[in-house]
Design a protein around this ligand. Structure first.
Ligand SMILES: Nc1ncnc2c1ncn2[C@@H]1O[C@H](COP(=O)(O)OP(=O)(O)O)[C@@H](O)[C@H]1O
Ligand SMILES: [Mg+2]
Length: 273
């Protein structure tokens, strides 16, 4: 940990009781402030440490690296820029607010309004609700993704994609769909590639959270709402036109034997087509 981070250690210990469990290396907190809550994210080096160190080294040598492999300060700056950009273009993200813990000013942190809502994961895992019953929220999400991708393609705007669109990073609240967590991506890529990354992350994590019977009907709703054929085309060619098909199929089957819950790209193709 850098010296600035270690200076902040006693303070971070002091707010440990507000910590939200996070799968990632960042530390996230729900801090009470002026009668409501602030979501505070403290950016830290990514894990696994070895990969991160190699990527940081390559970045230092001038080799362009995906945002997720840049320094905590750069990731924070990218996330803030993206949140402001989405807001300016009318897309729903949490508002950036003042950091209630000024003492943490020396380390990379970002404070946003805490959104009290349901994650897409919680919604998808709640199999007591039928697909039909959840179709309103799903359509709202899929239609929003389609419209945003339309704007991004029209303006060749690399910031309007949510590359880490896993089901924990999408929230339903206040009759709106919120996207969070923008520390990932290759903003230099052609927009259709970024769109494909977003769609694949969204659909694979969603399918894994749904019970198997709900997967095909939910993917059908996606196809009803999302009409960017070039993205479907990319998915198809990326999966079935790859060389060494039998190797990929074999390794997918092996992954599924290890984890029966896993949804592979071949499974996704079957649900989508
Ligand atoms: N402003 C917010 N309000 C409420 N919950 C949030 C907010 N931002 C993020 N979250 C929740 O906290 C989780 C972790 O935050 P995230 O930004 O994804 O950090 P990381 O994935 O790096 O730990 C998200 O997956 C989301 O469920
Ligand atoms: Mg996240």
């Amino acid at each position: 940990m850098s010296s600035r981070n270690s200076d902040a250690l006693p303070l971070l210990r002091g707010i440990e009781r507000y910590r939200i469990s996070s799968l990632h290396s960042n530390a996230c907190y729900k801090i009470p402030s002026h009668g409501s809550f602030v979501f505070l994210k403290v950016y830290r080096p990514k894990r696994p440490a070895a990969t991160y160190a190699v990527r940081r080294f390559l970045g230092g040598m001038g080799f362009r690296q995906p945002v997720e492999y840049t320094s905590p300060g750069e990731r924070r700056a990218f996330e803030e820029k993206t949140l402001r950009h989405w807001k300016a273009h009318g897309f729903t993200v949490p508002d950036i607010v003042d950091n209630p813990l000024k003492e943490l000013g020396g380390i990379p942190v970002l404070a946003t309004r805490f959104i009290e809502g349901l994650t897409l994961r919680e919604m998808a895992r709640n199999s007591s609700r039928s697909v039909e019953d959840r179709s309103g929220e799903l359509r709202a999400l899929f239609t929003e993704v389609a419209a945003r991708h339309g704007s991004a393609f029209a303006a060749a705007d690399p910031l309007l994609f949510h590359i880490d669109a896993n089901t924990r990073n999408i929230l339903f609240a206040e009759n709106a769909v919120y996207h969070v967590d923008f520390e990932m991506g290759r903003p230099w890529e052609p927009p259709v590639l970024s769109a494909t990354r977003e769609v694949l992350k969204l659909l694979v994590t969603l399918a894994e959270d749904l019970d198997p019977e709900s997967r095909a009907p939910v993917m059908k709703i996606f196809r009803d709402c999302y009409h960017h054929d070039e993205v479907f085309q990319r998915i198809r060619t990326g999966v079935i036109d790859r060389p060494f098909q039998s190797f990929h199929r074999f390794s997918n089957e092996r992954k599924k034997k290890r984890n029966p819950h896993k949804v592979t790209l071949y499974d996704l193709m079957e649900y989508l087509w």
